[in-house]
Design a protein around this ligand. Structure first.
Ligand SMILES: Cc1ncc(COP(=O)(O)O)c(C=O)c1O
Length: 366
């Protein structure tokens, strides 16, 4: 099973499952920006040997300053981490809720981080009939049923791609609970200004926003993310963080890529063209494509498709194309897959591989 360790993008496991070299896979099971990493990363790497015999800045000051300018918030409202994953874990440990709630389907680390602390976990379902949107109904139902002191939600949500209206987050905050909004994929959203809660989080003791730099800048091997919160709330997170958690290479790369405005603009332009193209092609194959704003698509298998998501993943893997089996997300089942959006030539290869995998299964009378 490709998701043996809980995530997509696991090329080593893919090698073991499908018997092909890891470098040969076209990876649609994780969602990195195909335009990245920006050129600046190579320049940092070329000079990095000079930094390796020194400790990193324990609080990543240069990167913090750049991020504070980018988001127009004070530096004390930002804590840098070893990927968004570290900060998701840290914020749950720091807030120590007795009960917490998530909206399923969602990124599995929310539930894992909550369970690790022994807190009761409420998994409030998002409905297919509502296109998996976190709406007023979800808020009312969760407030009634969960008794949660912490809500952890994704905007855009993974795997659905759906954004959350800020009004829904305020409704959750009105209950007195703490809310963590994971905006790991927000850099891909053209309407970031309207949806992001970064500035509100910097001033509200009960609200945190988690951001990742690994997806948009395509540096998942480096591990880099940050959390925004009220400076008083971040002090407790910082106390619990492992010292030097963010190494100097990650800090230098973060500083270099943040300044690359041309890369950011090109990425938004690419996605605005490619996402609708890929969606149309997949719909033509009979998939149901859920609306979303980011660089991946949640798909429901065509009605007549005789394969389950796990079987389709296996058939695609054998062709060297990795897709995400939706059945591993709580709240979804074996009728769903998730694919990334990449460059046109790769997307065309994905569509071809899906077409042949499904037609082979028809011919075999599956
Ligand atoms: C929704 C979401 N949040 C956070 C993360 C973790 O990101 P990072 O690589 O910065 O740890 C992921 C990784 O897949 C994700 O999908």
């Amino acid at each position: 099973m490709l998701e043996r360790y809980g995530h997509g993008g696991d090329l080593r496991t893919a090698e073991e499952c499908f018997g092909l070299p890891s470098s040969s896979f076209l990876d649609y099971s994780s969602n990195m920006n195909p335009l990245g990493p920006p050129d600046a990363v190579r320049e940092v790497l070329a000079q990095y040997t000079a930094l390796i015999d020194r400790y990193p800045d324990p609080v990543a000051r240069r990167l913090c300053t750049m991020l504070s300018q980018r988001h127009a918030i004070e530096e004390g409202a930002i804590l840098i981490g070893n990927g968004a994953a570290e900060l998701i874990d840290l914020v749950v440990r720091a807030t120590r809720p007795e009960a917490a709630a998530v909206a399923v389907p969602c990124f599995s680390e929310y539930g894992d981080a909550i369970r690790k602390t022994g807190a009761a976990l409420y998994e409030g379902p998002l409905y297919e009939t509502e296109q998996f949107r976190l709406n007023k109904r979800w808020v009312e139902e969760s407030l009634k049923r969960s008794n949660a002191k912490l809500y952890m939600v994704g905007s855009p949500n993974n795997p659905t791609g759906a954004l959350i209206e800020p009004a829904r987050v305020y409704e959750l905050l009105d209950s007195g609970a703490t809310v963590v909004v994971d905006e790991a994929f927000m850099d891909f959203v053209p309407e970031e200004e309207r949806y992001s809660l970064v500035r509100e989080a910097a001033q509200n003791r009960n609200l945190y926003v988690v951001r990742s730099m690994t997806k948009f800048y395509s540096i998942p091997g480096i591990r880099l993310g940050y959390i925004i919160g009220h400076p008083d709330s971040l002090a407790e997170l910082s106390r619990l963080q492992v010292p030097w958690s963010v190494n100097s290479l990650a800090q230098s790369i973060g500083e270099a890529v943040l300044g690359d405005e041309a890369f950011a603009q090109a990425s938004l332009r690419w996605l605005q063209e490619e996402r609708p193209w890929l969606s149309r092609e997949l719909e033509a194959l009979g998939f149901r494509v859920y609306p979303g704003e980011t660089n991946y698509l949640l798909l429901r298998l065509p009605d007549g498709c005789g394969l389950s998501s796990a079987e389709l993943q296996r058939a695609m893997g054998a062709k060297g194309v990795l897709i995400r089996d939706g059945s591993h997300f709580p709240g979804l089942n074996g009728r769903y897959i998730r694919v990334a959006v990449k460059l046109r030539e790769q997307n065309a290869r994905l569509v071809d591989a899906l077409r042949t995998s499904m037609s082979m299964s028809e011919q075999e009378g599956k």
